[in-house]
Write a protein that binds this ligand. Structure first.
Ligand SMILES: [Zn+2]
Ligand SMILES: [Zn+2]
Length: 351
């Protein structure tokens, strides 16, 4: 395959709102690295934070990445076009998606089966909103033949919901999903798949709620118009929901999520609040006997194997949650629409 010297990429250049569509060098492939021709990319909440350059981005981008300029994006699928010295996991021509956390493999957590929580976790050297992207061999995951590139680009975020769902028992129980952006929508799909009988979806975006209904939620709750805690309690004989997925990252919503959790219930926390959270620890956690799970990324690679089986077999369908597709040069429109809560999963595609 002929690999050009230059490529188009969406680059975050300055510590302020926005990004640029630029011509940059195609990266050189080193030992243990894989060059991928990008076929489809997805927009993640963190990409929106980075585009906005909000408090979260200012505090985390330097810590997690090597600073700016940086190509944006991490969720993608593509075809392997070149492999570096020593690469065995994939070969040229393979269709892949990728784990986006790069664990060290040597720390206490990595050695005790918790690579997803690696003490020294790293990100890709650079982002993937580009014609080509360079990733470590370790992260490449072949995708089933019957899965198209667009759905393949969703394996990474879908696997976060798979990871969260793996901690809790939902069969025959009530489940509330607080915040039904993409990860919340995927969580609804998992709750349905794992036998939840009543699913509550809460979000301030009517657009998100309409997608939640499509995904299988039974109750659509808009906290702008109703008392969500009361609605959930009323529908559960005053008990509250047995399992709660918190994917909004909004401190007010998180407080409500704890209030509507049933006694001895399980709280799965995925959303990232950018301000400190105030809970009444006595009634929200201690007397409640609540179990709280923090979900950081995917359980590497257990969540991936489960996703491949669920999506590859057709047992779970997520393509209908892709609501918008944009070419790279329309990235501003894509990110701003997602920012406004008027999308499900948004794809960015090379021209
Ligand atoms: Zn992501
Ligand atoms: Zn480690």
């Amino acid at each position: 395959m002929n690999i050009p010297k230059m490529m188009k990429a969406i680059v975050k250049t300055k510590e302020e709102r926005g990004a640029e569509y630029l011509e940059v060098l195609v990266p050189e492939v080193g030992p243990g690295e894989v060059l991928v021709k990008i076929k489809s990319c997805a927009v993640c909440g963190t990409d929106i934070h980075m585009y906005q350059w909000n408090a979260w981005a200012a505090a985390n981008v330097k810590k997690a990445y090597s600073g700016l300029p940086r190509i944006m994006g991490h969720e993608f699928s593509g075809e392997v076009v070149k492999v570096g010295e020593g690469v065995k996991k994939v070969k040229v021509g393979d269709r892949i998606a990728a784990e986006t956390h790069v664990p060290c493999g040597e720390c206490y957590l990595c050695r005790t089966g918790k690579q997803f929580n690696c003490q020294n976790v790293k990100r890709f050297k650079n982002g993937v909103y580009a014609e080509y992207a360079l990733i470590p061999e370790f992260c490449a995951e072949k995708i089933p033949d019957n899965i198209g590139y667009d759905v393949a680009a969703l394996f990474e975020p879908f696997s976060v919901a798979v990871h969260g769902a793996s901690y809790v028992r939902m069969v025959g129980d009530s489940v509330a999903v607080i915040g039904v952006g993409p990860i919340g929508l995927f969580s609804i799909k998992m709750a349905k798949t794992m036998g939840a009988t009543t699913i509550f979806a809460s979000d301030i975006s009517e657009y998100h709620l309409s997608l939640a209904e499509k995904a299988g939620a039974n109750y659509l709750l808009n906290p702008k118009e109703m008392d969500v805690v009361k609605e959930v309690r009323d529908a559960t004989d005053g008990l509250g929901a047995g399992v709660v997925f918190e994917t909004s990252g909004n401190v007010k919503a998180i407080k409500q999520a704890f209030e509507l959790l049933r006694k001895s219930g399980s709280m799965v926390m995925i959303g990232l609040p950018s301000e400190p959270l105030v809970l009444d620890a006595s009634s929200d956690i201690v007397w409640k006997g609540a179990t709280i799970y923090g979900v950081h990324g995917r359980d590497i690679f257990t969540s991936w194997e489960i996703s491949k089986n669920l999506l590859g077999s057709g047992k779970v369908e997520i393509e209908s949650l892709i609501t918008h597709r944009f070419k790279f040069n329309q990235f501003k429109k894509a990110l701003e629409l997602a920012e406004a809560g008027k999308t499900g999963k948004v794809l960015l595609l090379p021209e």
